[in-house]
Design a protein around this ligand. Structure first.
Ligand SMILES: *Cc1c(COP(=O)(O)O)cnc(C)c1O
Length: 394
């Protein structure tokens, strides 16, 4: 793409950009979408071409026109210099952490991180001589005091998984950069459409494409995007692993991308509506949704984000396990399961107090996470209302 075209593209609104990014129809006989290129071997026309290794594609593990379309499209949307695809969101987290650490290095991980991120750090990074400390999600610029001479990476995730704390990412990034450390962000909840991560100071950004990019609960994928400072190191680590995503999955993700802005907009509206409704129910103690004025992170969220996605948590008033099970088990429209971001609503009872190490999380009652899908909100509320009646019946 020419520099002029790139500049014009930057002025487009996100909803327009997701329909444009990563598409080059006239490279494919005018067909709107790139075809699925399945392949391992890529042929070279001559020995000289083989030795030069200069053609756009050299081997299947390094990418195909289908995977590159998604990489380039995502880079454009995220404001990144480069993007690589991985077979899952967790693989993307591992790849980013391995890009920014080495034996003897130290990493700071937010205490409210996605739990498998902690397992990756404690079980795997530690074995390779990387020391890890966890920090309070609300630490902000105070993180400077936790930096060691050997700190090379600071991982943020905002809002925190399950407990939904909003982090002051620009302040944390400024402190990390003053120290020369890489800022890694798990931006899965917001996606680049609601939080422009590289603009806010993040160097390596993870998206579990499994969630909102897929949007249909039919795909596992991770993406890591990098700014220009980290792009080369990310690509080198990616190539060393050769742990990419296949062309069929990339095509499915590209299909999801085209409606992502539309789905997010609707899921934001519906989730806020359901969250507000739940907040006014006598059975509910607190709703943890950064878009609600009652959320302690609301002001920071308003400053740094352009919107909210459809995932939030609820703390119920003290009640029995049986009553919670009666509420959740009988729901017709909410599935019980992991993951989120699909068209279908989900609910998940959780307890994230057991594995925290830097802070204590002591909710006053049972906790549930909701992912609001694309159903009609009135139906969702009726389903929840019947569920709360079952809860009260116990
Ligand atoms: C789901 C999730 C991941 C991991 O994605 P998978 O594709 O399921 O491995 C990473 N980070 C966050 C915040 C997630 O919610």
């Amino acid at each position: 793409m020419s520099e002029e075209k790139r500049k014009a593209r930057r002025k487009l609104k996100p909803a327009t950009l997701v329909t444009q990014a990563g598409r080059t129809p006239f490279d494919h006989f005018g067909f709107v979408n790139p075809p699925i290129y399945r392949g391992s071997t890529v042929l070279f026309p001559t020995v000289a071409a083989l030795e030069a290794l200069r053609q756009p594609y050299t081997y299947g593990t390094k990418g195909t026109p289908t995977t590159r379309a998604l990489e380039q499209g995502w880079s454009e949307i995220a404001g990144a210099a480069d993007t690589v695809l991985t077979p899952s969101g967790l693989a993307a987290i591992g790849l980013a952490l391995l890009t920014a650490t080495h034996a003897g290095a130290h990493a700071l991980i937010v205490d409210s991180a996605y739990q498998p991120t902690r397992i990756f750090c404690d079980a795997l990074l530690a074995r390779f001589g990387v020391k890890v400390d966890y920090y309070d999600p609300l630490i902000g610029g105070g993180i400077a005091a936790m930096m060691k001479p050997e700190t090379t990476a600071v991982l943020v995730e905002s809002p925190g998984s399950l407990s939904m704390e909003v982090q002051d990412i620009p302040a944390i990034a400024a402190a990390a950069h003053a120290h020369g450390a890489c800022v890694i962000a798990d931006n899965t909840w917001a996606t680049p459409l609601l939080f422009p991560p590289h603009e806010r100071g993040c160097d390596l950004v993870i998206e579990a494409g499994t969630k909102y990019l897929s949007g249909h609960a039919d795909l596992l994928m991770g993406l890591v995007s990098a700014n220009s400072e980290w792009a080369k190191r990310l690509r080198a680590t990616f190539n060393a692993f050769s742990m990419g995503s296949g062309p069929d999955d990339a095509a499915l993700a590209l299909r999801g991308l085209r409606t992502m802005a539309l789905r997010l907009r609707e899921q934001e509206r519906a989730a806020l509506d359901v969250a507000q409704w739940l907040e006014n129910r006598p059975e509910v103690s607190r709703v943890l949704h950064p878009g609600l004025a009652t959320h302690p992170g609301h002001a920071l969220w308003k400053r740094d984000f352009t919107g909210a996605s459809g995932v939030f948590s609820v703390i119920l008033k003290e009640t029995s396990k049986k009553a919670v099970a009666a509420f959740v088990d009988g729901l017709e429209l909410f599935g019980i399961g992991f993951s989120w971001g699909g068209y279908e609503s989900l609910v998940l009872p959780f307890d994230c107090s057991s594995y925290r190490t830097a802070t204590r999380w002591t909710p006053e009652g049972p906790t549930l996470r909701f992912s609001i899908g694309l159903e009609d909100v009135a139906d969702l509320k009726s389903d929840l209302e019947a569920g709360l009646a079952r809860l009260n019946g116990h």
